[in-house]
Design a protein around this ligand. Structure first.
Ligand SMILES: [Fe+2]
Ligand SMILES: [Fe+2]
Length: 406
């Protein structure tokens, strides 16, 4: 069946351009073009679309408003914000209402690639094995109320760093934990951050809200009876990989948004492991045993036991929680990036290398140097040459993380 894709822009010339650019896809996609939000919602009502790509700045109904309505009424539709505007407000709003932000002008190849990746990601996350595994999970960390409040504030037309800081500050316990983390050696900041508002303006709201979530998720695993040190280890590994992926993304000269996404993806890349440990501890122990004794990769051992891997299940939950596509994709493919189709943004590579490096050099040592690296992928994506430098950089991040936070 053809995929249905809807493009929305108030400028006729942009729509004409898109129509021309995308003619090559007309046998695979059923495309429609709407000049505004109202028309777009009318078309959605007739028959929902699989994907909507909307301009952000439109006179009658803004792109953020349109995408938020689509999110609420048609949650299965994949939402892309396409915008030439880079102002902060527009960006905040697009962050919380879209799966991915695309900058104008967007070449046909980039647009097609992004939409196709969105389809393949969803196919992976809806695969029968994974769905079967998901239904076995009883303990799924919920989104904390604070996080939901922050996200809804970000969606409001007058969202501000100040307001978000105030909302977080109202939850004293969470503020203390998040500030502790920000002021710890992991962040390597050279000054003391004393309030959530200051943290928001220094780190950006997207990073701050992810820290609130990661602290909550790991906090909720604290009281569960698990082998000593397991959750602590995963926590340290998550932080190290977040920082490592961020450092690699900077080294690749990615834009600020992608550097932030690399950090966030690194922070959550092994969320699936936490989920499996919490829900199916005995089977997980069995998978780890297979991994250690039979000299196989962890993901292969997991597939043998569960039919899916921690990477896919983590990606699934991140998708459900509304994380952007590049973050979900990096988590879902972080062990096998070559299975991810299309051209890549660098975020996946950053998380893949940072995680593999920490598994080799860090305390989760797999004692199999480079075995976890997907060489085929790194070569194809043009990342083979800087690999040694990258590994050195990640090793420094790991050493710093474990030394100071032991
Ligand atoms: Fe992993
Ligand atoms: Fe990892």
């Amino acid at each position: 069946m053809k995929k249905r894709v809807l493009f929305v822009d108030d400028e006729a010339s942009v729509l004409d351009g898109l129509q021309r650019l995308l003619r090559q896809k007309r046998n695979e996609w059923e495309m429609a073009f709407a000049p505004g939000g109202r028309e777009a919602l009318g078309l959605m009502k007739e028959k929902p679309f699989d994907v909507i790509v909307s301009d952000m700045r439109m006179p009658e109904m803004s792109g953020a408003e349109l995408l938020t309505t689509v999110m609420n009424e048609y949650p299965k539709t994949v939402r892309f914000a396409l915008s030439g505007q880079t102002d902060r407000e527009m960006f905040f709003q697009s962050l919380s209402s879209s799966h991915q932000f695309l900058s104008k002008p967007c070449e046909a190849e980039c647009l097609i690639n992004t939409i196709e990746r969105a389809f393949s990601l969803r196919e992976l996350l809806l695969s029968a094995n994974l769905t079967r595994l998901v239904t076995q999970l009883r303990v799924i960390p919920s989104l904390p109320k604070l996080y939901v409040d922050v996200v809804s504030e970000l969606r409001s037309p007058n969202a501000s760093v100040q307001r978000v800081g105030e909302i977080i500050a109202q939850d004293m316990a969470m503020s203390v934990k998040v500030l502790q983390l920000i002021n710890s050696a992991f962040f390597g900041l050279h000054y003391h951050v004393s309030s959530p508002t200051q943290a928001a303006s220094l780190l950006g709201l997207d990073i701050l809200k992810s820290l609130v979530l990661v602290v909550h998720v790991f906090g909720s695993a604290k009281n569960v009876h698990l082998p000593a040190g397991l959750v602590e280890h995963l926590w340290a590994h998550s932080l190290v990989v977040g920082r490592g992926a961020q450092a690699l993304a900077r080294k690749m000269d990615l834009d600020k948004r992608s550097v932030d996404d690399a950090f966030i993806a690194g922070l959550f890349h092994d969320l699936g492991r936490l989920l499996l440990i919490l829900n199916l501890p005995e089977q997980y122990a069995q998978a780890i045993k297979g991994f250690q004794e039979k000299y196989v990769l962890l993901t292969d051992a997991e597939t043998a036991v569960f039919g899916a891997t921690h990477a896919e299940i983590g990606g699934y939950l991140l998708g459900l929680w509304g994380f952007s596509d590049p973050v979900v994709e990096a988590a879902a493919f972080h062990h096998r990036p070559s299975e991810c189709i299309g051209n890549h943004t660098g975020i996946l590579a950053a998380v893949h290398v940072a995680s593999a490096s920490d598994n080799i050099w860090g305390e989760l040592s797999a004692t199999r140097p480079y075995a976890e690296l997907d060489k085929k992928y790194l070569e194809k994506a043009g990342f083979a040459a800087p690999l040694d430098d990258w590994m050195t950089l990640c090793r420094q991040v790991s050493a710093q993380g474990y030394k100071k936070n032991g």
